[in-house]
Ligand binder design. Structure first.
Ligand code: CA
Length: 227
């Protein structure tokens, strides 16, 4: 489907970190384009149409990493991984609410970053999948897995890559109660290290975007059920 691992744009103003990430990604076969500010990062994404963007939150000039995410999400569903030096939950959640697909906290191991990037890309564009998949329909919500499109009451609803994966996973398991852990394993992957609340944040986004069309129940003390 895609030739080679593709291009990744790395938006990071610290040249040491940028070069380290660059080196690891290249070693894995990616083509890397670096940008040292939000503004130049945005230009690079427009120009390169990368498969994924790595964004540092703390960027100089007017457009910081959060602002860059917000701007990118206005026009694109390219997967975004955030780098943050601020180890507070609020920033993490904020990053996810802005539509990032994952984050790592500085200081991070480049290996961990790479594992997360690989996992996101595997989900976004799985290799060797078979024929066309059916459109999953739960109530008024339709999930077209092949076209990566979601409709609510017939109207197209833009979702981030992660929100889409979560909704598709819930739809594939229609009627079953899924725990946060099962959702993390199924959507984020068993290697993902993070807070269960990540699931809640994404569920909140799905509810906000799909409104009453989404027949998603919270099962108290257990998790969630769609349909
Ligand atoms: Ca920085």
């Amino acid at each position: 489907m895609t030739e080679g691992p593709g291009t990744i744009v790395v938006v990071e103003d610290d040249p040491n970190i940028a070069d380290l990430v660059d080196m690891y990604l290249r070693r894995d076969g990616f083509r890397v384009v670096q940008a040292s500010s939000g503004e130049s990062g945005l230009e690079a994404v427009d120009r390169e149409h990368p498969r994924l963007v790595v964004v540092d939150i703390g960027l100089p000039k007017r457009m910081d990493g959060l602002e860059l995410c917000r701007t990118l999400r206005g026009t694109s569903d390219v997967p975004i991984v955030i780098l943050t030096a601020r180890d507070s939950e609020i920033d993490r959640v904020l990053g996810l609410e802005l539509g990032a697909d994952d984050y790592v906290t500085k200081p991070f191991s480049p290996r961990e970053l790479l594992a997360r990037i690989r996992a996101i890309l595997r989900r976004a564009d799985p290799p060797g999948r078979g024929g066309p998949k059916p459109v999953l329909k739960v109530g008024e919500v339709e999930v077209d897995v092949d076209r990566h499109e979601v409709r609510a009451g017939g109207a197209l609803v833009p979702l981030t890559a992660r929100e889409f994966d979560l909704l598709a996973f819930l739809a594939e398991n229609e009627g079953l109660v899924l725990s946060r852990r099962q959702l993390l394993d199924g959507v984020w992957g068993p290697d993902w290290v993070g807070d269960d609340r990540t699931v809640d944040v994404h569920v909140r986004q799905l509810r906000k975007k799909l409104g009453s069309a989404l027949a998603l129940s919270t099962v108290w003390g257990v998790g969630y059920r769609l349909g």
